[in-house]
Ligand binder design. Structure first.
Ligand code: SF4
Ligand code: SF4
Length: 415
């Protein structure tokens, strides 16, 4: 039933799309975020702020499993057939993304690598219910020194095109070789932008007291998740106590110069919707964030990146349980915007898994969707990153998450 329903809507959207694409303005989704004004101000933080979030994250993960489905106990191992089926978006009747793009005469091939994105492990002190990598304190996978050293060789060889080393996880700062990686890249060149995708709460984890100083010393750009300026919304999506710890982390970063106007230390925030809807307009939301965070907490930052939730992994399960997976796919397909294709991050990003396998992007990595016609490419069987220029991008139905409305990437909206 659901499958037919979506198929009809998708066909309808394709017909509708041709008329919309002639319009001068891109498709604007009629979905706004119901963000609430922060309800309380934090004047000071008790000593609890430096206690680990890990016990609470494990408790919440286990409560969610108990309430929702036993299957999540095996999320780190092989998934059950039922779960795989449920997550298969093509089975819902979603159209073929590649065909959809080709019909609009837009290119889906890779350009030279500019962003070298390393997912260095899946361990995290949080266990957010939208997490597309299904991280939690229970995950153990992390990048070995061999993999990191081979990545460093590839970066050195690819210096002419690579501009950015984007380090993600999990909570990358909690991985054994995070600091070695940052130090080595910075030693190689002052020109690289090194990005630490930080969940903010890691700053107050025991043993991380010097993290902010370390990031400052190595001129790292911090890109931090904060899906709302409201305590209620953040804690709902990311776990109890996360909002307070996030504000604490932001204040510590600000105190070191990150995000302060005129400072070289960049601090960007990431917004993603708390439910199955598209992000609001990036610039307008950024203004709202700036006003609220300054007014309520004296917090400053540089830019806000709006990111669309991908219908995969934990977020797909989360909305499936609420009966929203099919309507969400409809929303993504119906808001397909060809203008968002050129800025897709898979066109200039190389995504490296903790074990060295290569992917077009972090989402494909989490789905284990390797390169088109060559799924086993790894840092150990390529001579240089130039080998992976001009090849087609491997896409599936989840890719509609990157082309809906204003587009979505790790750097925010794509148009
Ligand atoms: S979304 Fe980020 S902070 Fe939350 S569990 Fe996943 S990796 Fe950790
Ligand atoms: S999910 Fe990945 S491969 Fe698909 S469009 Fe987005 S960035 Fe590209």
């Amino acid at each position: 039933m659901k499958s037919n329903y979506l198929f009809k809507i998708c066909n309808k959207s394709i017909r509708n799309f041709s008329s919309v694409s002639k319009a001068t303005k891109p498709i604007t989704p009629n979905f706004t975020t119901k963000v609430q004004v922060a309800e309380h101000k934090l004047k000071d933080f008790g000593s609890w702020i430096n206690e680990s979030l890990i016990p609470e994250s494990i408790k919440e993960l286990e409560e969610r499993i108990e309430l929702n489905e036993e299957e999540e106990y095996i999320e780190e191992k092989d998934l059950t057939k039922r779960k795989n089926n449920r997550r298969d978006l093509t089975k819902l009747g979603a159209p073929n993304f590649w065909d959809f793009v080709e019909k609009k005469n837009v290119s889906l091939t890779r350009k030279p690598v500019e962003i070298f994105q390393m997912n260095i492990g899946l361990y995290c002190n949080q266990s957010c219910n939208h997490c597309h990598v299904e991280s939690s304190p229970k995950r153990k996978e992390e990048m070995s020194l061999d993999v990191i050293n081979r990545c460093l060789e590839l970066i050195e060889q690819g210096k002419d095109t690579i501009t950015t080393i984007d380090i993600t996880g999990g909570a990358p700062e909690l991985m054994t070789h995070f600091r070695y990686l940052v130090e080595s890249v910075r030693k190689m060149s002052d020109k690289f932008e090194i990005i630490d995708r930080c969940n903010l709460t890691v700053i107050s984890e025991p043993g991380q007291d010097d993290l902010v100083d370390f990031l400052k010393k190595h001129k790292v750009t911090v890109v931090a998740s904060l899906p709302c300026y409201s305590r209620k919304n953040v804690n709902l999506q990311r776990g109890k106590g996360v909002f307070e710890k996030s504000i604490y982390g932001l204040l510590k970063l600000n105190a070191a110069g990150f995000g302060i106007e005129g400072s070289d230390q960049k601090l960007h925030l990431v917004y993603n919707p708390i439910g199955p809807f598209l992000p609001p307009e990036q610039k307008a939301l950024q203004e709202q964030y700036k006003i609220q965070l300054k007014e309520d907490f004296e917090v400053q930052f540089n830019n806000l990146f709006t990111i669309t939730n991908m219908p995969i992994k934990r977020f797909a399960d989360f909305i499936h349980r609420r009966g929203d997976l099919v309507p969400y796919m409809e929303l993504l397909v119906n808001n397909f915007n060809p203008a968002a294709v050129d800025g897709l991050m898979c066109r200039n990003t190389l995504s490296i898994k903790w074990d060295g396998t290569l992917y077009d992007c972090d989402f494909n990595q989490q789905l284990d969707l390797g390169f088109y016609n060559n799924p086993n490419k790894s840092i150990f069987n390529i001579k240089s990153i130039k080998e992976i220029t001009d090849i087609p991008i491997n896409t599936e139905a989840h890719c509609f998450g990157c082309t809906a409305g204003a587009g979505s990437s790790c750097q925010g909206a794509t148009i």
